[in-house]
Design a protein around this ligand. Structure first.
Ligand SMILES: Cc1cc2nc3c(=O)[nH]c(=O)nc-3n(C[C@H](O)[C@H](O)[C@H](O)COP(=O)(O)OP(=O)(O)OC[C@H]3O[C@@H](n4cnc5c(N)ncnc54)[C@H](O)[C@@H]3O)c2cc1C
Length: 597
C-alpha cells in the first residue's frame, strides 16, 4: 500500500471513530485537518427525492415562465399583487420544508435549496417571499417548537394561509443582534407583554405569523423567542420600504405595542432566544445560497446569449478574450457556489452537529459570487444592460442585498475566522476552558478572550493524516496537493495569529479577514474537487469542462491564498488604518488638484 493510500485508510477510520458528524470540516481546516469523510464522496440525491424535485421544478418553470413580464412590472410598482401570493399558495410553495404529517411537502434542506434556486432563476423577489417564510420565518417553529405548537401552526403555514416573517432587526440593532431592545415582560399568569419595533422585516405586510426576538432579562439569558400572530391586538406593520432592489418583496417595520403573547407561544426555552435566532439563520443559509446560484445561472445564460448575438469590430463580442474571461469566471463562481451550498445542505440533512462555519462560508461565497456575476453580466450587455428594458439592471439591483441580510459578509467573515480559531485554540487543552466562553458567541464576545499568547498548537495536531490526493480523480491530483498544502499553511497561520495577538485577536480584523478568506477558498475548493471527482469520467465535453472548472478554481484560489498568507506577515494595515482615521477626521476626501503644488 502506498503512503497516501495508507494515510487515507488511517484517516477514514479516524474520521468515523473520532470525527464522525461531530466534527466541523471547516473548523478543522484551521487545525490543518481535512476531514475527508465529511467531503468525500460528494453527496447525491435519493431517486424518490429527485423525482419529487423534478416535478416541483417543472411546475415552478411552467408558472414562473408565464409570469416573466409581470415580474418587471411588479419591480417597478414595488409590490407583488395578492393574486401572485395566492398562486404561490396553490403551487404549495409555502409548504416546501414542512413535514408531510403537517400537510407540507417535506423536502430536505438540499431539496428546498434547489427549489429556491429554480424560483430565483426567474425573480429574486418571488424567491424571497417563499424563502423568508421557510428559511427564517417559520424555521424556528420547525426546529424548536413543541408538538402542540407545530400542530397549531404548521398546517396553516404549509398551505400559506399563514405567511411567516422573522423579526430580529431593530432601528438600533442590526449586526449586533444581541443588543435588541424590544421587551417582553412576564405576567403572573405566565403570559408575556411585548413592546418594541422591528425594522426591515421581509414579508412584513403579508405575514400573519411572526417569529419575534425580545429581551426578557430572565435568568439564564437575556433574549427569548416568541410566536406572534398578526391577530394579537397591538401588532401593526408600517409602510412598505421603497428599496433599491428586490422591490416587489414586502419589507416593512413591525411594531408591538402592549401585545399579549400567551405563555404557550414562547418558542424554545426562556432566555435561549439568541441561540435560537442564530440557529435559524445557520439552518436557513442554504436557502439564500440556493437563490444566489439560481441568479447566477440566469446571468450566465443571458450573458452567453448576449455575447453571441452582439457584434462589434465586425466580430461577435463572444470571440474577445476579455469577454471569454468573464464568462469563464462566472461559470467557475457558479459551479463553486453550487458545490458548497449543496455540501452544506447535505451536512444539515445528515445530522451534522455543527455546520455553522460551513453555512457561513457558503453564504459569503455564494452571495459575493452572485454579486460579481450580476455585475459582469451587465458589463457584457454594457449599454443595453443599463437599460430597464432588459433584465440585467434589475438582477444587478436585486443581487446587492445578498451580502447584507441574514448576516453581512463582514460579520460572517469574523464568525468564520473566530469560530475556526476557537477550535484551534481548543487543541491547546489547558487553554480550552478559558477560550470557550468568549468563542461560544464570537460576535457577542468581542474583547473578552483570555490570555493564550505564546502557545503553539501545530505540533499537537494531526496534520498530514488527512490526505485527499488519493481520493480525487487522477486528473486533479496536482490540485488536491494545493489544498493539502494550504490546509497546512492555514494551521501555521492560525498558530501565528494565536501567538502574535493572544487575547486581542478578536480585534485584529485585517488579519481575521485574511484568515476567513483562506478558509473560504479551502472549503469551497474542496467541495469543488469532491464534486468533480465524484462524476463518472467519460469523454464528454461536459465532464472535461468540469475538470477545467476544478483546475481554474484551484489555481486561482492558490494565488488568492498565497496573497492572504503573505499579507499576514507583510502588509500595509497600519497605513490603511491611519488613512481611514484621517478621512473620518476630515469627514471626507480632502485633496483637490486645484490645490496641488
Ligand atoms: C431588504 C432587507 C430585508 C431584510 N429582512 C430582514 C428580516 O426579514 N428580518 C430581520 O430581522 N432583518 C432583516 N433585515 C435586516 C438585515 O438583516 C440587516 O440589515 C443586517 O443584519 C445588517 O444590519 P444593519 O443594516 O443595521 O447594518 P449595521 O449592523 O449597522 O452594519 C453596517 C456596516 O458595518 C459592518 N459592521 C457591523 N459590525 C461590524 C463589526 N463588528 N466588524 C466589522 N464590520 C462591522 C457591517 O458589515 C456593515 O457593512 C433586512 C434588511 C434589508 C435591507
Amino acid at each position: 500500500m502506498n503512503t497516501a493510500a495508507a494515510a487515507i485508510r488511517q484517516t477514514d477510520t479516524q474520521a468515523t471513530t473520532e470525527n464522525g458528524r461531530d466534527k466541523s470540516p471547516a473548523k478543522a481546516l484551521f487545525c490543518g485537518q481535512i476531514v475527508r469523510s465529511a467531503l468525500w464522496p460528494f453527496p447525491g440525491i435519493e431517486p424518490a427525492q429527485k423525482e419529487m424535485l423534478d416535478m416541483i421544478v417543472d411546475s415552478v418553470d411552467r408558472f414562473f415562465a408565464d409570469t416573466q413580464d409581470d415580474f418587471a412590472r411588479w419591480d417597478e410598482a414595488g409590490e407583488q399583487p395578492e393574486e401572485f401570493v395566492e398562486a404561490l399558495r396553490e403551487l404549495g410553495l409555502f409548504g416546501l420544508i414542512i413535514p408531510e404529517e403537517y400537510d407540507g411537502i417535506g423536502l430536505s434542506n438540499a431539496g428546498y435549496s434547489r427549489i429556491l434556486q429554480q424560483a430565483s432563476r426567474y425573480d429574486s423577489s418571488a424567491s424571497l417571499t417563499i424563502g423568508a417564510h421557510s428559511s427564517i420565518g417559520m424555521k424556528g417553529l420547525l426546529l424548536f417548537g413543541t408538538d402542540e405548537q407545530k400542530k397549531r401552526y404548521l398546517p396553516r403555514l404549509a398551505s400559506g394561509e399563514l405567511v411567516a416573517a422573522y423579526c430580529l432587526t431593530e432601528p438600533g440593532s442590526g449586526s449586533d443582534a444581541a443588543s435588541i431592545q424590544t421587551k417582553a415582560v412576564k405576567g403572573d399568569d405566565g403570559s408575556w407583554t411585548l413592546n418594541g419595533e422591528k425594522t426591515w422585516i421581509t414579508n412584513g405586510s403579508i405575514a400573519d405569523f411572526f417569529t419575534v426576538f425580545a429581551r426578557t432579562d430572565s435568568e439564564g439569558g437575556k433574549i427569548s423567542a416568541f410566536l406572534v400572530e398578526r391577530e394579537f391586538p397591538g401588532v401593526t406593520t408600517g409602510q412598505k420600504e421603497d428599496k433599491m432592489g428586490i422591490r416587489a418583496s414586502s419589507t416593512t417595520s413591525v411594531n408591538f405595542s402592549d401585545v399579549k403573547v400567551p405563555a404557550e407561544n414562547l418558542l424554545g426555552e426562556e432566555g435561549k432566544g439568541f441561540k435560537i435566532g442564530m440557529a435559524i439563520l445557520n439552518n436557513g443559509r442554504t436557502g439564500l445560497g440556493g437563490a444566489a446560484v439560481g441568479g447566477m445561472k440566469t446571468c450566465i445564460a443571458l450573458a452567453a446569449k448576449q455575447a453571441l448575438e452582439r457584434k462589434q469590430f465586425g466580430r461577435s463580442i463572444s470571440e474577445f478574450g476579455m469577454i471569454k474571461q468573464k464568462i469563464s469566471d462566472m461559470t467557475v463562481d457558479c459551479f463553486a457556489a453550487e458545490s458548497a451550498v449543496w455540501m452544506v445542505a447535505h451536512y444539515i440533512d445528515s445530522g451534522y452537529a455543527d455546520y455553522s462555519t460551513e453555512a457561513a462560508i457558503s453564504k459569503v461565497f455564494a452571495s459575493e459570487a452572485m454579486t460579481r456575476c450580476a455585475s459582469e453580466a451587465l458589463q457584457i450587455a454594457a449599454g443595453s444592460g443599463y437599460m430597464k428594458e432588459l433584465p440585467y439592471e434589475r438582477i444587478f439591483r436585486d443581487s446587492r442585498i445578498l451580502t447584507i441580510f441574514e448576516g453581512t459578509s463582514e460579520i460572517l467573515r469574523l464568525f468564520i475566522a473566530l469560530s475556526g480559531i476557537k477550535d484551534a485554540g481548543q487543541i491547546l487543552r489547558e487553554l480550552g476552558p478559558a477560550v470557550e466562553d468568549i468563542f461560544n458567541h464570537p460576535i457577542k464576545g468581542f474583547g473578552l478572550l483570555s490570555d493564550y499568547a505564546g502557545r503553539r498548537f501545530t505540533n499537537v495536531t494531526s496534520i498530514g493524516q488527512d490526505r485527499i490526493v488519493g481520493a480525487v480523480c487522477e486528473e486533479l491530483r496536482d490540485e488536491a496537493l494545493i489544498f493539502e498544502k494550504y490546509t497546512l499553511e492555514m494551521a501555521r497561520m492560525t498558530d501565528v495569529l494565536l501567538r502574535r495577538h493572544g487575547k486581542s485577536i478578536v480585534d485584529k480584523q485585517f488579519a481575521l479577514q485574511r484568515a476567513a478568506n483562506v478558509a473560504i477558498d479551502l472549503f469551497v475548493g474542496l467541495c469543488v474537487l469532491s464534486r468533480v471527482s465524484s462524476m463518472t469520467p467519460d469523454d464528454s465535453r461536459q465532464y472535461r469542462q468540469a475538470l477545467a472548472i476544478a483546475k481554474l478554481f484551484s489555481h486561482k484560489a492558490k494565488r488568492r491564498m498565497n496573497r492572504n498568507l503573505r499579507a499576514m506577515l507583510r502588509n500595509e494595515d497600519e497605513l490603511a488604518k491611519s488613512l481611514a482615521d484621517y478621512i473620518y477626521e476630515a469627514e471626507g476626501y480632502p485633496w483637490d488638484t486645484l490645490d496641488a503644488g
